[in-house]
Each structure stands twice: as structure tokens, then as C-alpha cells.
Write a protein of this length. Structure first.
Length: 331
């Protein structure tokens, strides 16, 4: 609706100060002509919005003018309250978010306040896993501070091979992927992504830097993760699965019927052959061994041979009275 779009445009101008017609159109997913007409509509409605000409021009609100944030509707309130602060994982972040939620609750009308309390009472998020997490995000507040103030950040970084080296970067934003936090920064060698849990001795320096023009954190993250996926590649397999094994795998992976194998092999009743992709050989091997007798590897040959060898070795270990890979003496 036009009224919703106009309100969205107004919120964007309040948040960013000045935006070009092209940028407004991109963010609102409308044409440039429509964005221009919307600005004129706001002006006619009494909103002090002005057009500035030139290369650095655009639309902006009169200095000091603000509008009141409209009230939340039920759907917006429910979506906001479903995002419990505990989902942040870190106790300090959760505590700060809890204080913000408290202020929001206090500002709500009595009717909505009761409804909000009911919604929150019906949702519980446990951020911990069944196994202890190795993620240490004690450096996250320092990283966030550097990003917010636009100053350089220095820290010690532990790479995958265990080697630690100093880094001084220009922090551009933080990303949380599930429960793992990353810093996206500009380093001397170009754009880099750092895992916050691998940082130590982080210090926000008193050295400012010029942020890249029109840098879009979400767009950069999407592009870089897509490139990483291409570099890692996928490991294609053909598996014969019992019904319960197929049901289990479908929860996290796509199963495509392997039509080329139909009639070429004899399978137990109810079994089917599927094409399944994994992140690598190790993951495919782990899953195949985990499913045990409910799975047969049809292809590739290297995986079939490796799984057969592992099963045989495990059987020998059981027959000899000790688990696979161990002997009767201890080092």
C-alpha cells in the first residue's frame, strides 16, 4: 500500500539522513519515478522533506525534524517478541537486549503489554547445545565498539593451523551465522572475514578510517559465502537407503531419486537409491558409517571401498575384544 511505502521512506530518511532517488527506489523496490512521486507526496502532506541537487545530492528531512514511530500491530509485536534475547548466546548481549525489551514493554499500552507478556511466556529459547560450545565471543563488545565508532581494530588472530599472528584492520560490520560471530573488515590485502572466537587481545584504536562508499554488509556476505561454497565444492554420492534412513537424511539434505540404478541392483523391500550431496568426503563417510546397515554406498567407488574397510575393521576389533584403532597396550 502507498501509505506503508511512504512511512517506510520516511523511516529510511530518518535513519540515513540523506538518500538519492535511486537509493530510495532500490531499498523500497520501486521505480525511480515512483520514489520521486512519493517524496513529493510527503512534502504535500506537510513533511519537511527537501531535494538537494548535485553529485552528493538527494532527499533529506529538515534538520531536527522527527516523527513519532507508529504503534506496533499484532503481527509486528509477535515477531519482535519471538526473538528472545537469550538467542544471542552471549550473557552480556542478552542482558543488554533484555533491558531494551523491558523498556519496550514499559512503553506499550496496558492491553498490548499483557499480550506481550503472554507471548514471551509461551516461548523459550535454549542457546546452548547438547555438547559444550567452543565459541568464545569475549572480544565481541570490543569489535562492536570499533565498528560503531568507525575506528581501526587490532587483535591477535589464531588461524586454522593454530598459528597466531597480529592483525590491524578497518572493521566494517559483524555477522552472526547461527551462533557463530564474524567480523567483516578491510585489511591491507583486501576484504577479509574473521571469526570472533579466534580473536584475542582486541583493542579499538583511536584511528579513524574512511568507510567504502555504498558498502552493503548483507550483499557482501551473500557474495563471499557463495564464493566460499563454490571453493569448497560438493561431494556427490549415490546411496541405497532403507525407508527410515531416507527419512532421517531428508531432515537436512536433499534426496534425488537415482533413476539410473533402477533394475541394475537388487535391494531389500522398501529400499530406494538416491543421489545425495555432502560438503566433502569426510562428511559422507561419517553419515554412511552412522547409518550402518540401513545404507549401502553405490557410488563413488572410493567411498564404497572406504566404508567397507571401516566396517570390516570395526568387526575385527569387536571380535578381538577391543574397539577399532586401539591395541592391548597403552602409550
Amino acid at each position: 500500500m502507498k501509505s506503508t511505502r511512504l512511512l517506510s521512506a520516511l523511516m529510511l530518511l530518518q535513519a540515513h539522513g540523506r538518500l538519492s532517488t535511486r537509493e530510495l527506489a532500490r531499498r523500497l523496490e520501486i521505480s525511480g519515478r515512483t520514489a520521486h512521486r512519493d517524496m513529493e507526496a510527503l512534502s504535500e502532506a506537510g513533511v519537511p522533506v527537501y531535494a538537494l541537487r548535485g553529485v552528493q545530492g538527494g532527499w533529506e528531512l529538515a534538520k531536527g525534524w522527527r516523527t513519532k514511530v507508529p504503534g506496533l500491530d499484532e503481527a509486528e509485536l509477535r515477531a519482535l517478541l519471538m526473538a528472545q534475547p537469550s538467542a544471542l548466546g552471549d550473557p552480556r548481549l542478552a542482558a543488554a537486549a533484555e533491558r531494551a525489551f523491558g523498556k519496550l514493554m514499559a512503553a506499550l499500552p496496558s492491553g498490548l503489554r499483557d499480550q506481550a507478556a503472554s507471548i514471551r511466556a509461551q516461548v523459550h529459547i535454549d542457546p546452548t547445545g547438547w555438547r559444550p560450545s567452543a565459541e568464545d565471543i569475549s572480544m565481541l563488545p570490543v569489535v562492536q565498539d570499533a565498528v560503531a565508532r568507525g575506528v581501526k581494530l587490532t587483535f591477535e588472530y589464531c588461524k586454522r593451523d593454530g598459528e597466531t599472528a597480529p592483525r590491524t584492520v578497518e572493521p566494517l560490520g559483524v555477522v552472526c551465522k547461527q551462533t557463530v560471530w564474524y567480523l567483516v573488515a578491510r585489511a591491507p590485502a583486501g576484504m577479509r572475514t574473521y571469526r570472533v572466537s579466534r580473536m584475542t587481545k582486541a583493542v579499538a584504536l583511536a584511528i579513524t578510517f574512511k568507510r567504502p562508499a555504498k558498502f552493503d554488509l548483507a550483499a557482501h556476505w551473500k557474495k563471499s559465502t557463495a564464493e566460499l561454497d563454490r571453493q569448497w565444492g560438493r561431494y556427490a554420492t549415490t546411496l541405497a537407503l532403507a525407508p527410515e534412513a531416507a527419512q532421517s537424511l531428508r531432515r537436512w539434505s536433499r534426496l534425488t531419486p537415482a533413476e539410473g540404478w533402477r533394475g541394475k541392483i537388487r535391494l531389500p523391500e522398501g529400499w530406494e537409491a538416491f543421489e545425495v550431496e555432502f560438503d566433502g568426503f569426510d562428511e559422507a563417510q561419517f553419515v554412511a558409517l552412522g547409518l550402518g546397515p540401513r545404507l549401502r554406498v553405490l557410488a563413488p567407488e572410493e567411498l564404497r571401498e572406504r566404508v567397507s574397510m571401516d566396517i570390516a575393521a570395526a568387526a575385527r576389533g569387536i571380535a578381538e575384544g577391543h574397539p577399532q584403532g586401539r591395541t592391548g597396550t597403552h602409550c
